[in-house]
Design a protein around this ligand. Structure first.
Ligand SMILES: C[S@@+](CC[C@H](N)C(=O)[O-])C[C@H]1O[C@@H](n2cnc3c(N)ncnc32)[C@H](O)[C@@H]1O
Length: 245
């Protein structure tokens, strides 16, 4: 079953304040993306615009955010209204998107892990390729296909991740906990690393590289090295970058 972000847009937004999101996810993703200044950037599965705003603040020339959830885009547009950065948002399915714009960089934090099979993955990869100029890069952060720790391993960091199996299409269930012990649940789907690479190569990407999460020096200063040991070892999410040939 796919996740309905419309019912939990605000709770998902709050989960972006967890320390691992700030000092690992965000720090690592921005490093994999590299310099953004003056680039035309498309943010697919942009949610409420957490990274979309960062791209613009990092100096991107044009930033467009796309998400299938109207509630997520409502939150993104409300923030744009309060603090106008010049970002355009669209409600659309990233596997069917057809903007008449070409970008230097496509970023996607947690898009490909919604593909349940090769066919859905290929549609997403095709859309990504269609919106990039030749030589443009695609950089993503995704559920890690090789993560197999017990569900509770990451509870310490405010969330859990449970792989329901290792067959393609098997659910990967995340729970993000609130202070009162309640949680929101997000379902991704397992595809093998080779399947992601196959989909990207098939639409013309090369230089496909996987990246491990890192911790920012600030995160180590604030929480100490020991705090990060488990999540650094388990690597629940993973980065991937590639270039349109
Ligand atoms: C885990 S959230 C990440 C949001 C944002 N990238 C972030 O990191 O804060 C995943 C987002 O993907 C969106 N999504 C899932 N499938 C999609 C699709 N086919 N096309 C566009 N967005 C999609 C969901 O609506 C949700 O907002």
């Amino acid at each position: 079953m796919s996740t309905d972000y419309n019912t939990m847009a605000k709770e998902y937004q709050a989960s972006k304040l967890l320390p691992w999101r700030i000092y690992m996810e965000s720090y690592s993703f921005l490093r994999w993306l590299g310099p953004i200044k003056s680039l035309k950037v498309l943010d697919l599965a942009c949610g409420e615009g957490y990274y979309t705003r960062k791209f613009r603040r990092e100096g991107a020339q044009t930033v467009v955010g796309v998400d299938v959830s109207p509630s997520m885009i409502d939150l993104a547009r409300a923030q744009e209204q309060n603090d106008q950065l010049g970002i355009t948002y669209h409600v659309a399915d990233a596997s069917k998107l057809a903007l008449v714009q070409e970008f230097d960089l496509v970023g996607a934090a947690y898009l490909l892990n919604y593909a349940q099979n090769k066919e859905q993955l290929l549609s997403m990869c095709q859309v990504i390729a269609d919106h990039l100029r030749l030589g443009g890069r695609f950089v993503t952060i995704n559920s890690n296909p090789t993560y197999h720790a017990p569900a509770s391993a990451l509870y310490h960091y405010g969330f859990t991740s449970e792989n329901k199996g290792t067959h393609e299409g098997d659910p990967v269930i995340y729970k993000f906990y609130k202070e009162d012990g309640s949680y929101i649940s997000v379902t991704n789907f397992h595809l093998k690393k080779e399947t992601y690479e196959w989909g990207l190569r098939k639409v013309g990407f090369k230089d496909i590289t996987w990246h491990h999460l890192e911790i920012s020096p600030e995160g180590i200063d604030m929480f100490g090295k020991a705090y990060w040991e488990i999540i650094m070892h388990e690597q629940p999410v993973i980065g991937l970058s590639c270039r349109k040939a």
